[in-house]
Write a protein that binds this ligand. Sequence first.
Ligand SMILES: CC(C)(COP(=O)(O)OP(=O)(O)OC[C@H]1O[C@@H](n2cnc3c(N)ncnc32)[C@H](O)[C@@H]1OP(=O)(O)O)[C@@H](O)C(=O)NCCC(=O)NCCS
Length: 321
Amino acid sequence: MSLIETIKTKAKKDVKRIVLPEGEEPRTIAAAKIIRDEGLAVPVLLGDPARIDAEGIEIINPETSDKAAGYANELYELRKAKGVTPEDAAKLVKDPMYYGIMMVKLGDADGLVSGAVHTTGDMLRPALQIIKTKPGMKVVSSSFLMDCPNKSLGENGLLVYADCVVMPNPTAEELAHIAVSAAETARALCDIEEPRVALLSFSTKGSAKHELVSKVQQATEIAHQIAPSLLLDGELQLDAALVPEIAASKAKGSPVEGRANVLIFPDLQAGNIGYKITQRIAGADCFAVLQGLAKPCNDLSRGCSVDDIVNTVAMTAVQAQ
Ligand SMILES: CC(C)(COP(=O)(O)OP(=O)(O)OC[C@H]1O[C@@H](n2cnc3c(N)ncnc32)[C@H](O)[C@@H]1OP(=O)(O)O)[C@@H](O)C(=O)NCCC(=O)NCCS
């Protein structure tokens, strides 16, 4: 079974309610019908019912919803210290993105998927401001689940890459939290029982000296402190992370032993370029999720297909379980 089929099977076992703020958007409406028909989640579309043809699917209009006043109150309480006034809050909850985030915050939905129309920043900012991080987690970041044709790599061809979307230039401490979050994502979504995490660099175990290398070394130490039982090593070059023979010569005694299944990139440029190289040159299928949020919210690419929306809803539903 492919990774996404496994995730869909899991989603159906404990069906969650997922809100789609871009409810008037045609790909989103088509996806909601598939999600409902396949039993992957209970989709809720936000928007004007007059503009949505989706019989049998719940539609909520934030402009007229009788819950909007309550959500506005809560939003005001949450953000008043940041200068949000009651009038601002009342206006914000009419925006489907904020309305959807408030539904998730207050438990009226289990998760949210958006981004077919909005940019990553438009979707992320309200999630960061309102949903916030999980207890004990410093940052929200992302993982890409990479399903590679070469089954000798990672976990039978599966690799988790982080962070490829959110944090442009993480500090050593933030990088450590990204590593621990990515290991959790590997367990929850990929059924990887033993994540083996490599913090990547252009240096292996001190082979080069540079402040960029020092940052990855520090991040490795901090990650060891946060999650002492996690199999994790750094700093490693990609080949020392993935090829046992090279690990044996360049990183003797590495707990990852050249069999990493979770790869942590030192910054967003490396991570974003790295996943696209794997996708385009190695032909991997890839699926993105946000991690570290107190409740699951996920972003789509504006070029997404109906299938991409269906898949992201299934992943969000599994994260919510
Ligand atoms: C994530 C991102 C949208 C944050 O936007 P921003 O305008 O810099 O946000 P701010 O710094 O004003 O922070 C907004 C809030 O989110 C919080 N926040 C920001 N980044 C965070 C993170 N990674 N984890 C947790 N909280 C975070 C801030 O603490 C702040 O909270 P507060 O308002 O309660 O104090 C921004 O880092 C970004 O654009 N990242 C790149 C995304 C991107 O374009 N990716 C392209 C690849 S697809």
